[in-house]
Design a protein around this ligand. Structure first.
Ligand code: DC
Length: 230
């Protein structure tokens, strides 16, 4: 069986990470959550006062300091799940807050940020045997990936999933606020000038609105087997 590259793109909160992570673990591939990298850069901006008082990113300053940002992933021994590190500090829970979620699209729309992160992502996948999820993985990062999946589900269902996730983590959030954030991010992600979210021509669509996590997992494993056994 050959080692392949698996690119999973799609809208926010549609369960991409869960299915990508599970598959990678099962087949012994590296898993990279590219969204976590954009979130880590956003956290860097928050912690270094790189957002102006009207909520814009100070792009000029960020551009000067982009070389100071080091993002890595390490497996948590207890949970066997990968966690995101920003300059050596575990920021896994900090990057999942609403504060980061509501600002990340602005940072992800900056061409120089994308260029720097895409370069790191391509480096991580140069030996194949990788599952990466995001928005531009099948179109920009790995245009030659053997398996490309484009995941989608209705905005309401995605907002409910994220709401349940955050409530389970003890965060105090409202469903309406999350739905608004999901819709806003969809709009920005699809309409930004650089690498907008779109399906690669050769990607397979998965609408998981009415699928359980187990069903999605089985679907993806089947697609992987078809792609890797040729
Ligand atoms: O998948 P996520 O919700 O954690 O992603 C966070 C943000 O990062 C999302 O608003 C879109 C952006 N993103 C991107 O532009 N390109 C990627 N490859 C991954 C995420």
């Amino acid at each position: 069986m050959k080692k392949i590259t698996i690119a999973i793109d799609g809208f926010s909160s549609c369960g991409k990470s869960t299915m990508a992570k599970d598959l990678a673990k099962e087949i012994g591939y590296i898993y990279i959550d590219s969204g976590a990298m954009y979130r880590a850069v956003t956290l860097f901006c928050i912690e270094n006062s790189l957002f102006t008082s009207d909520g814009e990113v100070n792009a000029e300053e960020l551009k000067k300091r982009i070389g100071e940002i080091n993002i890595s992933f390490r497996l948590n021994d207890m949970t066997s799940k990968p966690e995101t590190f920003l300059n050596g500090v575990n920021v896994e829970s900090k990057i999942r807050t609403m504060d980061v979620s509501s600002r990340v699209s602005l940072v992800a729309a900056l061409g120089f940020v994308r260029k720097a992160l895409v370069k790191q992502q391509q480096e991580m996948g140069k030996n194949k045997g990788i599952v990466m999820d995001g928005r531009d993985i099948g179109t920009v990062v790995f245009p030659d990936a053997e398996l490309k999946v484009f995941v989608t589900a209705s905005a309401e269902i995605r907002a409910k999933r994220r709401y349940d996730e955050l409530i389970a983590k003890g965060q105090n959030v409202s469903y309406d606020e999350i739905l608004k954030n999901v819709e806003e991010r969809d709009k920005i992600d699809q309409n930004r000038k650089v690498s907008p979210l779109r399906k690669a021509d050769d990607a397979i669509i998965l609408d998981n609105s009415n699928m359980s996590v187990e069903e999605q997992k089985a679907w993806l494993k089947n697609e992987y087997q078809k792609a890797a056994y040729v």
